[in-house]
Structure formats: structure tokens, C-alpha cells
Design a protein around this ligand. Structure first.
Ligand code: SF4
Length: 186
């Protein structure tokens, strides 16, 4: 995908019912990552939920490390062939603090905290930021997890804060699918 094919934020936001107009730029760290990836264009580029790779960005300040992902990221046989960029739509792109209020959904398009506060806009801004990054670096696959209102793949919490999962995707996962990026559960 060339730069000219990357949708603008206005185009991205028009596919999100919550946001009228969004302006976003990659952080300096993300720009470094983009430049590195462009030098290695022959690699398969993927993105993965950062909390799966030992980054303590979950709402409660912990992570959900998956040894398989850690091993894959450091596998010498994959150097030069695959690059997995870590993303957190809530903490990195959405700018929410860690720890933060636990949220569930999206239910009827809304992500709501246990306190009743509506976080849909912040979660959507974070998801759009990650989609913009994914398209810019040419990512073809997203590796996500169950239950997250952002990164949930195939299962989200039902909004009752009882640990109940229902079929569905997080806001980021749904948006990535719309832009043709494969999603995979880990
Ligand atoms: S938003 Fe995604 S990457 Fe960030 S903590 Fe939640 S599941 Fe992990």
C-alpha cells in the first residue's frame, strides 16, 4: 500500500459513528518505528496488543504476557522476515492513564466504565490512531486477545462487570477488519 492509499483521519473517522473530526499525528517513537519498517519493506509487518508482550498497559497496570508472542518476536529465524509492532490503543494512542477505570463493551456502540462514565470517544480516538499507524507501516495482521473493549477478537465483555463474555469485537479490531487487516486471537 502506498502513502497515497492511506485514508486520512477524516476518512477513517467517518467510518466511526462517534467521531466527527479527528486530527492525529504519530508520536516520535511511532515515527521511528515507521521509518525502520519502510527500510525493511520485504518483511511481513504485524501489529499486536502490547499487553500480550510484557508491557504493563492494561487498565489495572498489569500485562497478560503470552510466551508464544515473546518467543516469536525474538526468534532469530524470523529476523528479516517478520516484524511485530506493539500497540495499545487505550494507553499509547488514546492517551488514557494506566491504571484506568475498567471499561466494557462496546455494547450498542458504547464503551462504558463501571462508574457509568462513557469512554467511547477516547477508545475510538485510540483505535483510529492505531489503524492509521497500521496502514502507514503496511501491517497485514493484528494479534489481539479476548475480552478487551479495544483489542477484543471474537469476544467482548457484556457490560455487566460480571466477567461475562459475549461474541463481538473490540473497537480497534472492528476498525482494522474494515480496512482489510487480518485479525488473530492469541
Ligand atoms: S487496549 Fe489492547 S493493548 Fe492496551 S491494554 Fe487493552 S488489550 Fe492490551
Amino acid at each position: 500500500m502506498t502513502n497515497s492509499n492511506i485514508p486520512t483521519f477524516n476518512a477513517l473517522s467517518s467510518s466511526c459513528p462517534y467521531i466527527d473530526d479527528i486530527f492525529w499525528l504519530p508520536s516520535p517513537e511511532e515515527m521511528i518505528s515507521i521509518k525502520k519498517n519502510k527500510k525493511t519493506a520485504k518483511k511481513v509487518i504485524k501489529i499486536a496488543s502490547a499487553c500480550l508482550a510484557n508491557i504493563a498497559c492494561k487498565y489495572n497496570g498489569t500485562c497478560s504476557t503470552r510466551p508464544a508472542l515473546m518467543t516469536r518476536r525474538s526468534d532469530p529465524s524470523l529476523f528479516g522476515k517478520e516484524f511485530i509492532n506493539l500497540v495499545c490503543p487505550e494507553a499509547f494512542a488514546g492517551g488514557l492513564p494506566t491504571p484506568r477505570e475498567p471499561c466494557e463493551g462496546p455494547i450498542n456502540g458504547k464503551v462504558v466504565a463501571r462508574s457509568g462514565k462513557d469512554y467511547t470517544e477516547a477508545f475510538t480516538i485510540g483505535a483510529i490512531g492505531v489503524v492509521q499507524l497500521a496502514l502507514a507501516i503496511g501491517a497485514t495482521e493484528f494479534i489481539g486477545r479476548r475480552g478487551s473493549p479495544s483489542c477484543g477478537v471474537g469476544a467482548i465483555h457484556d457490560g455487566t462487570f460480571t466477567g461475562t463474555l459475549i461474541p463481538g469485537d473490540g473497537i480497534l479490531t472492528a476498525l482494522l477488519k474494515k480496512y482489510g487487516i487480518n485479525v488473530r486471537l492469541l
